[in-house]
Design a protein around this ligand. Structure first.
Ligand code: C5P
Length: 304
């Protein structure tokens, strides 16, 4: 097979805290990440040239700066054999960008997974994740998927369970600063994490998700980036609309500005979607995914 289409699912953080700062200035994270059913499609078509190409429907991109392009470059650079051709990548974007949903990382992860499949699995998942981490912190998780704890910059920890069968509504708040700027703000707020008491509620949250007691887990969980958004922010507005329309729980994902609302029923989520639309906020209905990529079939049969 020389052609395939991969689904690249978005991720949410259902717990996110910082342990401390590392010597290279990065933050040592403690997080639980989960896939959701909102996805981009990434098609990979092996060519007979020496060039990687990338086109992206729905987004004006500089191909060589795109994480999916960089992922393909690194895939070929690290191969132990010389591949005959390269790949034409076509992305159809649905995941909103710069939203804290790892859209770019999801595409990069799909390129690495897909190329590894097309070339007969020259890399183990661990090796693929090492390549992924050199591209971006969220990429290793976007390679394995499902629900996992992650530490450090984004190294994969334990497989676990997250939110079960609830309807989710993801809404993007107003534009935010870059992720790097958000981390800098946290540094200032928490004195570079020198005496920071981390992991409050972590073990409890994890236990409750594993036990399937989601509504209690929501009470115990946290996202440290929420402390950067005050009551006048678009994030607070979105949460308010979600709660007024029956959300069990609503929380920021990643460094924001997206908010994930968890609803008991799709009809409540639909009401919230309409109420958000009325104040010009776009939102997306989806479901949580707890199963890792290797146990689902993320490939779409192009001939079907
Ligand atoms: O790895 P990624 O490119 O997503 O990170 C964007 C920026 O966020 C980094 O340049 C760094 O400043 C910050 N970051 C961090 N600690 C992490 C992940 C990201 O400080 N664990």
């Amino acid at each position: 097979m020389e052609y395939l289409v991969e689904r690249a699912y978005a991720k949410i953080n259902i717990y996110l805290d910082i342990i401390d700062k590392m010597d290279d200035g990065y933050h040592n994270l403690l997080t639980i990440m989960q896939l959701v059913s909102l996805y981009d499609t990434v098609s990979l078509d092996l060519n007979m040239t020496k060039e990687i190409s990338l086109t992206c429907e729905g987004l004006d991109v500089e191909p060589t700066k795109n994480l999916a392009y960089i992922a393909a470059q690194k895939f070929y650079e690290n191969l132990s054999f010389e591949a005959i051709g390269r790949v034409d990548i076509k992305i159809t974007k649905r995941i909103p960008i710069a939203a804290g949903l790892a859209g770019g990382s999801a595409d990069a992860g799909a390129v690495l997974r897909g190329l590894n499949w097309l070339y007969g699995k020259p890399y183990t998942t661990k090796e693929l994740c090492e390549i992924g981490l050199s591209i971006g912190s969220d990429v290793p998780f976007c390679i394995v998927g499902g629900t996992h704890t992650c530490r450090g910059k984004g190294e994969i920890g334990m497989r676990t369970f997250g939110i079960r069968h609830y309807n989710l509504l993801i809404a993007k708040g107003e534009n935010k600063l870059s992720t790097a700027e958000q981390f800098k703000k946290l540094d200032k707020k928490f004195n570079n994490f020198k005496d920071y008491k981390y992991a409050e509620g972590y073990a409890k949250t994890l236990d409750l998700f594993i036990a399937g007691r989601c509504s209690e887990a929501f009470k115990a969980t946290k996202n440290i980036f929420e402390s950067l958004y005050d009551e006048n922010s678009s994030v607070a507005k979105i949460k308010d609309v979600m709660y007024k329309n029956g959300a069990y729980f609503a929380m920021l994902t990643g460094s924001g500005p997206s908010v994930v609302g968890i609803f008991p029923d799709g009809l409540y989520a639909e009401d919230a979607k309409q109420a958000l639309e009325a104040i010009n906020i776009e939102s997306y209905m989806c479901m949580p995914i707890n199963t890792p990529y290797e146990e689902i079939d993320p490939r779409i049969d192009p001939w079907r």
